[in-house]
Design a protein around this ligand. Structure first.
Ligand SMILES: NC(=O)c1ccc[n+]([C@@H]2O[C@H](COP(=O)([O-])OP(=O)(O)OC[C@H]3O[C@@H](n4cnc5c(N)ncnc54)[C@H](O)[C@@H]3O)[C@@H](O)[C@H]2O)c1
Length: 246
């Protein structure tokens, strides 16, 4: 129970990696604000969390919408005395080759994956700076490190998120707020379910541990970064990719 009495906000936690993170934090005693654009699924995740004996609320929030982010943080503050952990996990893909990528697909991916983290971080650090403690984890991707054909929008958003993480780590360190990023490789979720078996097979060949990752593999890394064991770790990018990028 290393997170007893702590409160965490996890964005995009109705399903996939975010849901696994929300459950892992709750298993360590944290109360969890489950936020997502999909309220119905978020409520189901929230009920699963409450069954673990902690408190959880589900809040509908599009992280790219500044007013919705303000409302989410206000609701979280009303429900819990502190906000100790923020996991900026919400993310989307709109893949296409550069020549075929339209402006809307570029804007949407940058708005959700990068601006969303900016809006959430700005709203939550106001509280964390006053508390003089806090943990922020941003969900990047190995694609933000190595790039990928057909994912220029996604790669730019995740590369930007890594640079954002390092900047906020430097800015908030004097108030004991750490900021780190997790860079997953290929994880079995709805996001990668769209890939053909052939593409998955090809990716697997390049993974030293010879398997795709699970949402729980990623949640383990987040748990470390928000725990006391990582109190001297900030501005780092932890790859959870079976050794794909090294
Ligand atoms: N699956 C992978 O292989 C992989 C690899 C690297 C990084 N990631 C990153 O991990 C994160 C989670 O991905 P996943 O695989 O669980 O995807 P997913 O599609 O299964 O889940 C994403 C969740 O985010 C929510 N969401 C989408 N847009 C939102 C918005 N504007 N505001 C709030 N919530 C929103 C969705 O409703 C969904 O519940 C993403 O940031 C993704 O880029 C995933």
């Amino acid at each position: 129970m290393m997170l007893k009495d702590k409160t965490a906000i996890v964005t995009g936690s109705a399903q996939g990696i975010g849901k696994a993170i929300a459950l892992a934090l709750a298993k360590q005693g944290a109360n969890v604000v489950v936020s997502d654009v999909n309220l119905e699924e978020a409520q189901k995740t929230s009920s699963e969390i409450e069954a673990l004996g902690v408190t959880s609320i589900a809040v509908k929030c599009n992280v790219a919408d500044a007013a919705a982010v303000e409302a989410l943080v206000k609701q979280a503050q009303g429900a819990f005395p502190t906000i100790d952990i923020l996991v900026n996990n919400a993310g989307v893909t709109r893949d296409n080759l550069m020549m075929r990528m339209d402006e809307q697909d570029w804007d949407l991916v940058l708005d959700v994956n990068l601006k969303g983290a900016f809006l959430m971080t700005k709203a939550v650090t106001r509280i964390m700076m006053k508390q003089r403690s806090g943990r922020i984890v941003n969900m990047a991707s190995i694609i933000g490190v190595m790039g990928n054909a057909g994912q220029s929008n996604y790669a730019a958003s995740k590369g930007g998120l890594i640079a954002f993480t390092k900047s906020t780590a430097k800015e908030f360190s004097s108030r004991n707020v750490t900021c780190n990023a997790v860079a997953p490789g290929f994880i079995e979720t709805a996001m990668t379910a769209k890939l053909t078996d052939e593409v998955k097979q090809n990716y697997r060949k390049g993974i030293p541990l010879n398997r795709m990752g699970t949402p729980e593999d990623v949640a383990g890394a987040v748990l470390f970064l928000v725990s006391d064991a990582a109190s001297y770790v900030t501005g780092q990018v932890l790859h959870v990719d079976g050794g794909l990028v090294m």
